[in-house]
Design a protein around this ligand. Structure first.
Ligand code: ZN
Length: 192
């Protein structure tokens, strides 16, 4: 199975969670079954670099990705406005390790403009969040998605986003997403 839902459930097995068991951000995080991202928009700029991250290999178009992010107003968390997303937005700088931020910069991704985040419940006193950031690129080797940071509280992998809600702006005809899970405290006065 390659659906994003299946991937998410698989990724969360180790945490003893399933999406249905936890309060979720009210925004639907996943596209309806069978929904495909439509392929429209600008052609690739033609400058594709290849990168290996963990056991995954992919090509990415930094310039096209940077162009796309200029047109994105805010991150998905601000766009939603629920308290779960608000808690994430309030401490986004703590949500990503430095090495991950470097990767996002290399790919041309604005770290403040995630496609979407969703909250998955409490784990050892911290809030588990998942989310993704789009970029222009294509997968060469999908790998087993063994995160280089596996074993820490932060995990990520590169995924084909065709089952995710479509990005608000065009990333060209080949789009990938960096899919992550991270744990952060609840810092809002408002209880979840
Ligand atoms: Zn929300």
């Amino acid at each position: 199975m390659t659906s994003q839902l299946a991937e998410t459930q698989f990724a969360l097995k180790g945490h003893g969670f399933s999406r249905a068991a936890s309060p979720l951000c009210p925004r639907p995080a996943l596209a309806a079954e069978g929904m495909q991202a439509t392929e429209t928009g600008n052609p690739m700029t033609g400058k594709m670099d290849e990168l290996r991250v963990g056991d995954q290999v992919f090509r990415y178009d930094r310039d096209l990705t940077r162009q796309a992010y200029v047109s994105i107003r805010t991150g998905g968390a601000e766009e939603c406005g629920c308290s779960y997303c608000g808690n994430f937005a309030a401490q986004r700088s703590l949500a990503y390790p430095a090495g991950f931020l470097s990767l996002l910069d290399q790919l041309g991704i604005d770290a403040n403009k995630e496609g979407e985040v969703y909250e998955l419940g409490l784990v050892e006193g911290l809030r588990l969040y998942g989310g993704w950031l789009f970029f222009a690129g294509e997968l060469i080797e999908a790998g087993e998605r063994l995160s280089p940071d596996a074993g820490t509280e932060f995990e990520f992998h590169i995924t084909d986003p065709k089952r995710l809600p479509k990005a608000d702006v065009s990333f060209g005809d080949r789009v990938l997403a960096v899919d992550f899970t991270t744990r952060i405290p609840w810092i809002l006065e408002e209880e979840p």
